[in-house]
Design a protein around this ligand. Structure first.
Ligand code: MLT
Length: 275
């Protein structure tokens, strides 16, 4: 096959894997947490509706709307994050889109990456159990300072490249303000939004004190009854596939080369260290 055609096959495989993902995610969810029966995909409904459907939530139109939002904002925002870069790296060996995506999702499973939304939810539930849902700002501030003073981070705040509130956080907040303004966990998350950035700024050890995408998604899923936290990274992966596989098609269309970072010999390293 001439190199100029590589993109076409990458496109076809990518479309196939993206089309299959709601069924795969539904199979995982139903096998692990429910009765093993996966509802059939409805070819006349959109992707978000079908994702809600295979999980058993399509009767709730707000949850369907949440899936549409969730799928859109988690696709990607640039190519440097672990899952996007890993998919690109493995794909640069001309491994097919299935293999490349599988590699990327292994990265997504790390707590500093896609697993972070579970970590945030766990931390927020721990906070709720410790201080109560109606805790005063002062009590929450004390809890956050004690977290920081014990050398831990406040999960969901900060980002490798963003230096303001993650726009993906803002759209989830808008969704919550519209659909679940009186949910106690959302109200707690809202309080954190007002309190944490100021404390992190005063603490002085973080470049970006603002919340990121992972700081919000867990409470929205919990609100609608999707409470199985171990499933959240699978859900993230369905969305991320659309972003990273689109990038993979472009990699092939642009003829991107095999990626190979430079290595240094011990002598080279010694020279740097001695400088
Ligand atoms: C992501 O969406 O992958 C996260 O924001 C992490 C990152 O961009 O580094």
């Amino acid at each position: 096959m001439p190199k100029t055609q590589y993109w076409d096959y990458t496109f076809e495989d990518s479309m196939d894997v993206i089309a299959k993902l709601p069924s795969v995610a539904g199979r995982i969810y139903q096998n692990v947490f429910k009765n093993g029966k996966v509802p059939n995909i409805n070819p006349d409904a959109d992707y978000g509706h079908n994702l809600a459907h295979v999980l058993g939530f399509s009767e709730n139109k707000d949850f369907v709307e949440l899936m549409r939002l969730y799928l859109t904002i988690h696709t990607d925002h640039e190519g440097g994050n672990v899952s996007a870069h890993t998919t690109h790296l493995v794909g640069s060996a001309l491994s097919d889109p299935y293999l490349s995506l599988a590699a990327g999702l292994n990265g997504l499973a790390g707590p500093l990456h896609g697993l972070a939304n579970q970590e945030v939810l766990r931390w927020t539930l721990k906070l709720r159990d410790a201080v109560g849902v109606n805790a005063s700002d002062e009590t929450i501030k004390d809890y956050i300072w004690s977290t920081l003073k014990s050398g831990q981070v406040v999960p969901g705040f900060g980002h490798a490249v963003l230096r303001k509130t993650d726009p993906r956080y803002s759209c989830q907040r808008e969704f919550a303000l519209k659909h679940l303004p009186s949910d106690p966990m959302f109200q707690l998350v809202s309080k954190l939004y007002n309190i944490v950035p100021r404390i992190l700024t005063e603490h002085g050890k973080t470049k970006n004190p603002w919340p990121n995408v992972d700081a919000h998604s867990g409470v929205l899923l919990q609100h609608y009854g999707l409470v199985e936290q171990d499933f959240y990274t699978v859900l993230f992966g369905v969305s991320r596939a659309i972003g990273v596989l689109s990038q993979l098609i472009w990699d092939r269309a642009l003829g991107m080369p095999l990626e190979r970072p430079k290595s240094l010999s011990t002598q080279d390293i010694l020279k740097i260290v001695k400088k």
